[in-house]
Design a binder for this molecule. Structure first.
Ligand code: NAD
Ligand code: TDX
Length: 366
């Protein structure tokens, strides 16, 4: 029986990971440490909160005492580190928070793990898994081969630079101190519980309200999309079978331009709302509710500064070594995602109208 600490477990991927792990590993316990920034949402953990094997701790990965206490009080043997500032646009406007959370936060966790697990300098029983991103490798040209584990680092945004720095720290703690670590660098995720500032949920929520769909630049930037539960399966494969000290790239083998993503999302919504009167009643401002198309909401806006053109992952290592392959296609994953947002309106409404934030400030401090 393992005792996991999931940092950032109230965020998008973290909450999906917690649900996936509790479901798939009935003997394990899961402790979440999350400071509940604007991106953290306790409602995303609601289904887990009834489980005795689950505990939520409101705290910051930068708080060394708090991390030390958790590691020893709950005999943590596995850290799955997801806590981070994660939105590229926010990193452009305010890089400081990214350096603190992503770089200093990862350093703080590594120090705590080293102190707890390598007490007498000999290898202990703990494993530190670091969840990172393909953005650390920079931007690809149209004909370039996809990123793999040997691609040189070339981060272009304050976000990706802070993640790159954290990857290097994790590597260094393995080489210098012998800490048992693994790192995964994943492509763009989408799915349930994603904060509606990222491309897919933002476009979805805007389209339902008949608001503009803001496409940066020419809309031809390419991302490699992976359904979030497949990412969770990939992390699981690395945790269970990955080699210590090794890095694994995880991708969806699904390169799409942003325009293709938005077009497909619009077609899907046109079909659902065009044929379901109950959805038309709930979302009267969506063009699809009155026989028109969501595509008419597309609006080209000023490009993101330093906008990376293309990301793609070559997942040969994780496929060959660990037998991991995504289960969902982009089409099935997108359908699941849209369906989830339509069924869970109260989740995203609470974020959009500020009532959730008020509740957090009252109960947990701002
Ligand atoms: P998210 O922004 O949805 O969630 C981040 C969570 O971390 C939030 O719950 C937040 O409250 C928490 N957090 C932030 N700073 C903290 C701190 N100092 N102490 C404790 N908790 C803190 O992010 P996400 O999209 O779920 O991403 C999770 C991880 O996966 C990140 O490390 C990100 O870099 C990486 N990643 C994300 C994607 C993607 O497409 N979303 C792809 C590859 C890798
Ligand atoms: O309104 C928008 N319009 C638009 O054209 C938004 C929010 C995004 N975009 C574009 C920018 C990107 O080319 O869509 C693409 C995806 O944007 P984001 O959802 O912001 O994701 P990205 O910048 O690619 O980064 C994501 O994937 C890698 C996650 O946010 C990171 O945390 C992860 O590491």
């Amino acid at each position: 029986m393992a005792s996991l600490l999931v940092t950032g477990g109230a965020g998008f991927i973290g909450s999906n990971f917690v649900h996936y792990w509790l479901r798939s590993h009935p003997g394990d316990s899961v402790t979440v440490l999350d400071s509940l920034t604007y991106a953290g949402n306790l409602a995303s953990l609601e289904p887990a909160r009834a489980e005795q094997r689950f505990r939520f701790i409101h705290g910051d990965i930068l708080d060394r005492e708090c991390v030390d206490r958790i590691l020893s009080d709950h005999s943590i043997d596995t850290i799955v580190h997801l806590a981070a500032e994660s939105h590229v646009d926010r990193s452009i406007h305010g890089p400081g928070a990214f350096i603190q959370a992503n770089l200093v936060g990862t350093y703080t966790l590594l120090e705590a793990a080293r102190t707890c697990w390598l007490k007498d300098g000999s290898p202990g029983n703990g494993r530190f898994h670091h969840v990172s991103t393909d953005e650390v490798y920079g931007s690809l040209g149209p004909e370039d081969p996809a990123f793999d584990e040997d691609t040189s680092y070339a981060p272009n945004s304050p976000y990706s630079a802070s993640k790159a720095g954290s990857d290097h720290l994790v590597r260094a703690y393995h080489h210098t101190y012998g800490l048992e670590v693994t790192t995964s660098n994943c492509s763009n995720n989408y799915g349930p519980y994603q904060f509606p500032e990222k491309l897919i949920p933002l476009m979805l929520v805007n389209a339902l309200h008949g608001r503009a769909l803001p496409i940066y630049g020419d809309g031809m930037n390419v991302r490699d999309w992976l359904f979030v539960e497949d990412h969770c399966r990939g992390i699981e494969a690395v945790l269970l079978h990955g080699r210590s000290g090794r890095t694994y790239c995880i991708g969806g083998n699904t390169e799409r331009t942003n325009m293709e993503i938005v077009r497909q999302l619009c077609l899907h919504l046109d079909e659902r709302l065009g044929s379901e009167p109950s959805l038309q009643e709930r979302f009267p401002d969506c063009p699809a509710s009155s026989g028109s198309t969501c595509g008419e909401l597309v609006s080209f806006v000023k490009d993101r500064p330093g906008h990376d053109r293309r990301y793609a992952i070559d997942a040969t290592r994780i496929e060959g070594e660990l037998g991991f392959r995504p289960v969902e296609s982009f089409e099935s994953g997108l359908a699941l995602t849209i369906d989830w947002y339509l069924r869970n309106e109260s989740w995203w409404r609470g974020i959009m109208d500020g009532s959730y934030r008020q509740w957090i400030d009252t109960n947990y401090g701002s």
